[in-house]
Each structure stands twice: as C-alpha cells, then as structure tokens.
Design a protein around this ligand. Structure first.
Ligand SMILES: [Zn+2]
Length: 227
C-alpha cells in the first residue's frame, strides 16, 4: 500500500474504519460493509489502538439515550466483565446508582483525556476522507450534553467562552448532515469555518444518543480571527 496514514502521514499498512469497526455489530457489518468510511493507516493509528476503540465504544454505548444497536453490545460487554473485571475498572470509575424518574441507572467517571483523543482520531479520519490529506490543526472536543451539567464554574466558563468564539465563525454557516451507511450506529454533520473552508467543525452522534462536537482548538480559532 502506497497511501499515507490518515493521522501521521507515515506509510500505511492497513485500513482504519471511521468510526472504528468495533462500533458496528458484527452481524450487521456485512450489510453495510461496502459503504463504511475507511482511510489508510499505519499500525500505530489502527491496530495498536484497539483497546482505545473498545473504550470509546463502551462509553458511547452506555449513554442513557443510546439505541438498540448499543444494547446489543451491552450483552457482550457484560460477558466480558464477568471474565475480566479490569476492563470495567479501566473504562468506568466510581460507578454509583442513580434514579431518573422511575428508572434505575448509574453514573460513572471516565478518562476524558483518553476519550477526547479517541474522538480526535475519528475527526482526523473524517477529515482525511473528505480532503484526502492529513489535518494539521489541533482539535477541541466537547460532549454537548455535558455542557449543561458541568459543575465547576471554571470549566463552565471555559466551555461558554469557547462556544462564543466558535459562534463567530458560524454566523452565516450551517451544519450539513452527511449521509452515512449505518446511521443507527453513527451519524455526523459538518460545518466549515467561515472563509476558511479547510477548517471543519463536526457534530458526531453515536447510537442516536451521545453527541460530540469536534472543532478547531480555541487557540487555532483565535489565530484565524487575527487574520
Ligand atoms: Zn499513523
């Protein structure tokens, strides 16, 4: 393979799915296999991150509003936990029960840095797929629902500051929904930074539940606005 890795530009050795293949239930894969988004990848940015892929899928699939595709996974996940409790410990910390209405569920903490890096991989993969080149700016990752539940004033102000900055670039812009072959697993929409079409803002949605914004980092946005 002569193509360059979508992430680092090294020679590619395999094909990476965007989002990772483990997001798609096995029995469904053959039906939409032809249309899944794939990009060339080196080992480091595909095979060596398979644990991160599982981690990300577990977090996205355990979101309260996740659909039936994610629940199919829950069974697999439970059987894995029975065999190896360290997987659960590594993914979800400080699990505690809560009631929402009449429903019993649980909340947990997770490693945000690891989560965000996994989302950056996906954003870079989508970017490569669309522009046929590596993305060379840094990303800022925001879990959209979490903005409303951020407890610390500092992080809330940071989030609001970031959105203020982002809105300036989106004034006359809008998000276009991009068709994917398995929308029950993954959907996304894209807006471009005004006048700078090579900067993308993605809204990612997994299992019709969790929504994540991946956009140029605040520093990048400020540099663009300086001209
Ligand atoms: Zn690479």
């Amino acid at each position: 393979m002569n193509d360059k890795c979508y992430y680092c530009g090294e020679s590619s050795t395999s094909i990476e799915h965007v989002p990772p293949k483990c997001f798609f239930p096995k029995e469904d894969r053959s039906s939409y296999k032809i249309d899944l988004i794939t990009v060339p990848s080196c080992d480091k940015h595909n095979l060596e991150k398979s644990k991160d892929d599982e981690f990300l899928r577990s977090i996205c699939g355990s979101e309260l509003s996740a659909n039936i595709k994610a629940i199919q996974y829950e069974k697999i996940f439970r059987s894995l936990i029975r065999r190896d409790a360290s997987l659960l410990k590594a993914t979800m910390k400080n699990i505690r029960p809560v009631s929402i209405g009449i429903n019993q569920t649980c909340v947990f903490n997770y490693n945000k840095e690891r989560f965000n890096q996994c989302i950056v991989n996906i954003a870079k993969g989508l970017y490569f797929n669309e522009y046929k080149k590596q993305c060379n700016y840094n990303w800022q990752i925001v879990n959209i629902k979490e903005i409303f539940t951020i407890s610390s004033t500092e992080s809330r102000n940071n989030a609001i500051g970031y959105f203020d900055c982002l809105t300036q670039f989106l004034n006359k812009n809008r998000f276009d929904v991009i068709q994917t072959s398995a929308p029950s697993v993954f959907q996304y929409s894209r807006a471009n930074v005004e006048k700078y079409s090579s900067y993308c803002i993605y809204k990612l949605r997994f299992y019709e539940g969790i929504e994540i914004l991946a956009a140029p980092h605040l520093k990048t946005l400020k540099n663009i606005s300086k001209g």
